[in-house]
Design a protein around this ligand. Structure first.
Ligand SMILES: Cc1cc2nc3c(=O)[nH]c(=O)nc-3n(C[C@H](O)[C@H](O)[C@H](O)COP(=O)(O)OP(=O)(O)OC[C@H]3O[C@@H](n4cnc5c(N)ncnc54)[C@H](O)[C@@H]3O)c2cc1C
Length: 389
């Protein structure tokens, strides 16, 4: 923020800049060096972290969310590409669980989410239509869901949580690493309670040197496993004839898991944009590949063999690797609380098998346990919390 003010002043009032920018710089550095104290620090601004933070904040706790990336929503992610935006993580919402259904109801009321399609297909040597099922998306991108859930929550972006240490005054000390320039958030904080709302392997990294953690707790985290996924975002010239399908699921032997016509989610889009997700085995064979363009092109070749010949010739291609895409070996309870003297709870979609529904449920479970270890405030029902955002 201070950097933006400095640039604005520099561009508009050049003569003021020197003195002021020095003072702003000084304040920004002071802020980064100071240690702020919170009731609760939630690590990870995915759906689990944002849900727990919103509920605890509404109960009156002083909460901060620490997020290593620049945006809200975690794997419910949208990326800007030239003249378009593409959902390169979670594909859509379906009303297939109590919490997703509730969230959908509120997001539809707010006109953040709309019906995308009822028609999905699967590949089984031919394109087979699935029984009709409503798929919902925000036309502005799936990350609108994270933006909604994060309303009113204090989030420190571009800060990776590195190490968690208990202190003598019965608070946690959390050291943070700056991931990108442009954020003046501090590099450490203290909190009475910590919620780690990140994939289990990433929680283990943060807890690697935390003293006093029971071995069993680390073992439970270590048993959780994820499948990776490689995602290609491909854009094509606008004279290409559009197919009569928008969403196709594939069996793993094809190297693909899903192909979607992403541009059909957006209003007034001219150019076809497709998102192609790989199978877990395909992604696993490229866990150490540094240049992802070749695997991205391989995925488009596969899609072109099965669906449309011109899919192998994009005019624009971006490829992303999700190291922790889908839980393959979950923890079978709603969250994982440590029996440390200080409150520490881990949560996320790895606490079950229902992806977004599990992430939401796990975030709520983490909020409830954290509250029971702190002031035991009355937590509002999540419907009320979301409706107030
Ligand atoms: C390709 C793909 C397609 C999918 N499609 C669907 C779908 O159609 N339907 C569905 O229900 N689900 C789908 N999912 C799964 C769904 O996206 C996840 O289950 C859900 O979003 C997980 O939420 P979460 O909050 O548990 O974790 P995440 O969304 O992973 O949130 C964790 C957050 O923590 C941050 N973080 C990690 N480590 C640190 C650290 N050290 N310091 C600070 N921040 C950190 C991350 O940047 C991230 O923002 C899909 C996922 C992928 C990858």
């Amino acid at each position: 923020m201070y950097e933006k003010i400095r640039i604005f002043l520099c561009e508009n009032f050049g003569f003021l800049d020197l003195k002021l920018s020095f003072r702003i710089e000084l304040r920004s550095r002071k802020l980064q060096k100071s240690t702020m104290t919170f009731d609760i620090a939630a690590i990870g601004a995915g759906l689990a972290g944002l849900t727990s933070a919103a509920q605890l904040q509404q109960a009156g706790y002083n909460v901060v969310v620490v997020e290593k990336s620049r945006g809200l929503g975690g794997r419910v992610a949208t990326r800007r590409i030239p003249n378009h935006r593409a959902d390169f993580g979670a594909r859509y919402l379906e009303a297939n669980g109590r919490l997703v259904s509730l969230l959908l109801e509120i997001l539809r009321d707010r006109q953040i989410v709309q019906l995308w399609t009822e028609a999905s297909h699967r590949w089984d040597g031919n394109l087979i239509p699935d029984p009709p099922r409503p798929h919902y998306v925000p036309p502005n991108g799936m990350n609108e869901i994270g933006k909604f859930l994060g309303r009113g929550t204090r989030v420190w972006f571009s800060r990776r949580a590195c190490q968690l240490t208990p202190q003598a005054d019965n608070t946690w000390h959390l050291s943070l690493e700056a991931v990108a320039d442009g954020s003046d958030a501090p590099l450490e904080l203290t909190a009475k309670a910590v919620i780690l709302a990140v994939p289990a392997p990433q929680a283990l990294e943060i807890l690697a040197d935390t003293p006093g953690l029971p071995e069993e707790f680390r073992n439970n985290l270590a048993e959780v496993e994820y499948n990776p996924c490689i995602t290609a975002i491909a854009k094509y010239p606008n004279d290409r004839p559009l197919p009569d399908w928008v969403s196709v699921n594939f069996p793993p032997e094809t190297d693909l898991s899903w192909v979607g016509l992403d541009s059909s989610k957006r209003p007034n889009t001219q150019q076809p944009v497709f998102v192609v997700h790989s199978s877990a085995d395909f992604a696993r064979s490229h866990l150490n590949t540094t240049n992802l363009e070749a695997p991205g092109r391989e995925l488009l070749d596969r899609a072109s063999n099965y669906l449309l010949p011109w899919l192998s010739e994009p005019e624009f291609l971006q490829v992303h690797r999700w190291r922790y895409a889908f839980t393959s070996q979950p923890w079978r309870r709603d969250c994982l609380a440590a029996t440390t003297p200080l409150p520490l709870v881990c949560c996320g979609d790895w606490c079950g098998t229902r992806q977004i529904e599990t992430a939401l449920r796990s975030g709520l479970a983490a909020a409830s346990i954290t509250n029971s270890q702190l002031q035991q405030e009355v937590l509002s029902p999540i419907r009320q919390v979301w409706q107030s955002l």
